[in-house]
Write a protein that binds this ligand. Structure first.
Ligand code: NAD
Length: 428
């Protein structure tokens, strides 16, 4: 009992899942370099608020099913919280807490006036009809109405949620408060205040970071051979951006496997194929390879833009790239990270490389609040300014501290939040 009083960290809390403990371990690894007070370190170790609800859904056959659902808000130090809503059988309080924590660091790193949040419903979205998904989304939104809002917490799409989900959330929230509130969510359809360039933002930001990293290493991206894992929203756009910059995309893959051509793939033709067939399956120009082979293919830059846990202690020694850029969240395990550091392979970490998505979400929120909309080129330029500024700050911390880019990005992010928390202090 005395021990419990000494530190709440000694007793497991409800959100202490392996993923949340990994997020906390990364935070604790960066702390010695961040030079923050004990108050800041302890406060930011915990999410500020977590909500668990059980959402009843009337299925199409008339029966009722209950779904557990969550929203975790990690930090309101810099402003309202921001983060996605996912529909997935794995969604849990601990997963949301970890992802909310990473969102705090990502937003702080690119200097957005937000803290991190994440939420979702534990369900199998493929087993639900469109009408069921709509009712589930609307009821979940009504359960969340007390904790979300344009000045409190702004949801966005994540796994298995999309523009339509955000439109239902925006409409439900607006009905409940009595007037249209487009700024309560981002990632909406353009017709209700969504932003042009939001769809391309993450992939474009990934390539902006990759290009900057190449420049810092004394290379020219347009002369390099690139491999892209994942051909969805992030990887597909990244492949197009690389192609447009004159880089040679020698391999791409999706869940169905990969395709390799050392002379370069025709990226527009790949997109046309996927648009028609739904995936890369059956594409027969070049050599068919597995995802394992793709990750080990000889190249200059490897973009991992599929999902978590792809570069591990098992395959990191066989990776044949000189630079790795993380479009996905959490694609590199702690073991793989240590191997890449030993081998001198630079890794541009996720909280930096894929921050373009939340950055353009922030632009969407600002445009909605001001009821004044920017054009594509303005958004692209503002995104480039943010990404390059963040990249250069991380690079400087890395040089100054003699650490790799991942802890350097964490240090840069923690310092942003710490400065604000010291200034605000603890209430009362
Ligand atoms: P998506 O569903 O549009 O695309 C995912 C792609 O990866 C698909 O081509 C899929 O076939 C492929 N894939 C899935 N599992 C694979 C596997 N085991 N091996 C190879 N390919 C596989 O998703 P997305 O929005 O592009 O997100 C990809 C990653 O980027 C996720 O980690 C996501 O959290 C992260 N991310 C996305 C955004 C965004 O704005 N969309 C922002 C930040 C981070």
């Amino acid at each position: 009992m005395a021990k419990l009083e000494a530190s709440p960290l000694d007793a497991p809390l409800e959100w202490d899942s392996p993923l949340f403990l990994m997020a906390r371990a990364q935070f604790e690894q960066a702390l010695p370099h961040a030079d923050v007070s004990a108050m800041v370190a302890e406060r930011l170790s915990f999410p500020e608020r977590a909500m668990i609800v059980s959402v009843p859904l009337r299925l199409d056959d008339g029966s009722i099913r209950i779904f557990p659902a969550y929203r975790v808000q990690h930090s309101t130090v810099l402003g309202p919280t921001k983060g996605g809503i996912r529909y997935d059988p794995e969604v849990s309080l601990g997963e949301c807490a970890a992802l909310a924590t990473w969102m705090t660091w990502k937003c702080a790193l690119v200097r957005l006036p937000y803290g991190g949040a994440k939420g979702g419903i534990r369900c199998d979205p493929r087993a639900l009809s469109r009408a069921e998904l709509e009712r589930l989304t609307r009821r979940f939104t009504s359960e969340l109405v007390e904790v979300i809002g344009p000045q409190t917490d702004i949801p966005a799409p994540d796994m298995a949620t999309n523009e339509q989900t955000m439109a239902w959330m925006m409409d439900t929230y607006s009905m409940l408060v009595g007037h249209a509130v487009p700024e309560v969510v981002t990632g909406k359809p353009i017709s209700i205040g969504g932003s042009v360039f939001r769809r391309e933002a993450t992939g474009a930001g990934v390539v902006m970071c990759g290009e900057r990293a190449c420049a810092r290493l004394g290379w020219n991206l347009s002369e390099l051979r690139c491999v892209v894992q994942g051909f969805g929203n992030v990887g597909g756009v990244a492949a197009s951006e690389l192609h447009e910059r004159g880089a040679t995309v020698i391999a791409v893959s999706d869940i169905s496997g990969g395709v390799l051509d050392p002379d370069g793939l025709d990226v527009p033709e790949l997109h046309a194929y996927v648009a028609e067939r739904g995936s890369l399956e059956g594409y027969d120009v070049g050599t068919r390879i597995s995802n394992e082979q793709l990750l080990e293919a000889e190249c200059d830059v490897l973009f991992v833009a599929a999902r978590e846990d792809q570069l591990t202690g098992e395959n990191a020694a066989h990776v044949n790239a000189r630079l790795i850029v993380e479009g996905a969240n959490g694609p590199t395990t702690l073991e793989a990270d240590a191997i890449f550091a030993d081998r001198g392979i630079t890794v541009v970490p996720d909280i930096l490389a894929n921050a373009g998505g939340v950055t353009v979400s922030y632009f969407e929120w600002v445009q909605d609040l001001g009821r004044l909309f920017w054009d594509r080129e303005e958004i692209r330029q503002r995104l480039a300014d943010k990404m390059i500024d963040a990249f250069d700050r991380v690079w400087s911390v890395s040089e100054e501290k003699g650490i790799t880019l991942r802890p350097a990005a964490m240090v840069a992010a923690i310092r942003e939040v710490a400065g604000a928390l010291e200034a605000r202090g603890i209430y009362p």
